[in-house]
Design a binder for this molecule. Structure first.
Ligand code: SF4
Length: 249
């Protein structure tokens, strides 16, 4: 990011959104998206293997974390971020992610979750898909208290190191308010900083662009549906990197 872009983001950070304002559409930073897209192309050009497919999301997470860290080291945030372990109000939103993120999550769960935990997760996923079937985003958001993320366990993210980009963007400046809004079913958002969202959205856009250019399925997925699709197939990672449609959209 150059100085002008950093100034723009700092301005956005200072103007953290209030609860009464509708959350605006987050703009894509073309340079960040380009860097994420180039990473995908570089990785896939090294070989269409399972390892390379899984490396795509890991590389995107590294880029997003690096850019957020650098921005926050270079710009004083007017108010501290309130998030801490055990604070889970953000985890009652329906997560959207890219295919490489879904593949890394599915692979990790298959490799490291005990069988009983995988069965429990599968039950959560089925329940979420039943509760959300045929409903619009606003209707689902209004009932979010009853629909926690299937990967939330004991108020903690069970995949925290590889949580999706959108989860890396989520944060608030007032933890009590986040909790109140969740309990009351309010759709208002607690105040937040724009730069975290802009970085995550830009990296995600770049990942999708890179996937598209390499002939791999590129679409925004729902986490619950993506997990069900992953576990209903024999070799989803190899299939995706070979250019097959793996996920329902
Ligand atoms: S993936 Fe983890 S951080 Fe993201 S919503 Fe689910 S539990 Fe929360």
């Amino acid at each position: 990011m150059n100085r002008a872009q950093r100034r723009k983001m700092a301005k956005q950070a200072r103007k953290s959104r209030g609860v009464s304002e509708p959350r605006p559409v987050t703009p894509v930073d073309a340079r960040i998206a380009r860097a994420a897209r180039d990473n995908v192309i570089q990785i896939v050009n090294q070989g269409r293997s399972e390892a390379r497919a899984l490396e795509i999301a890991a590389s995107a997470f590294f880029l997003a974390d690096h850019l957020v860290g650098r921005f926050e080291a270079e710009n004083l945030l007017p108010q501290p971020i309130a998030c801490e372990a055990g604070c889970d109000a953000c985890c009652y939103n329906q997560v959207e992610l890219t295919p490489p993120e879904a593949l890394l999550l599915g692979h990790h769960i298959k490799a490291y979750f005990p069988e009983a935990a995988q069965d429990l997760l599968s039950g959560h996923v089925d329940r979420i898909l039943q509760l959300t079937a045929g409903k619009g985003k606003a209707e689902i958001a209004a009932r979010r208290r009853q629909i926690p993320c299937p990967l939330l366990a004991k108020r903690t993210c069970s995949v925290y190191p590889i949580r999706p980009l959108v989860c890396r963007a989520m944060h608030g400046l007032d933890a009590a308010r986040c909790q109140q809004e969740l309990e009351s079913g309010s759709l208002a958002a607690s105040s937040y900083y724009a730069h975290r969202h802009e970085i995550a959205v830009s990296v995600s856009a770049g990942v999708l662009e890179g996937c598209r250019e390499m002939g791999c399925q590129a679409a925004t997925l729902s986490l619950a549906q993506a997990l069900q699709d992953f576990f209903s197939q024999e070799n989803p990672v190899e299939s995706w990197i070979s250019g097959e449609e793996v996920f329902r959209t």
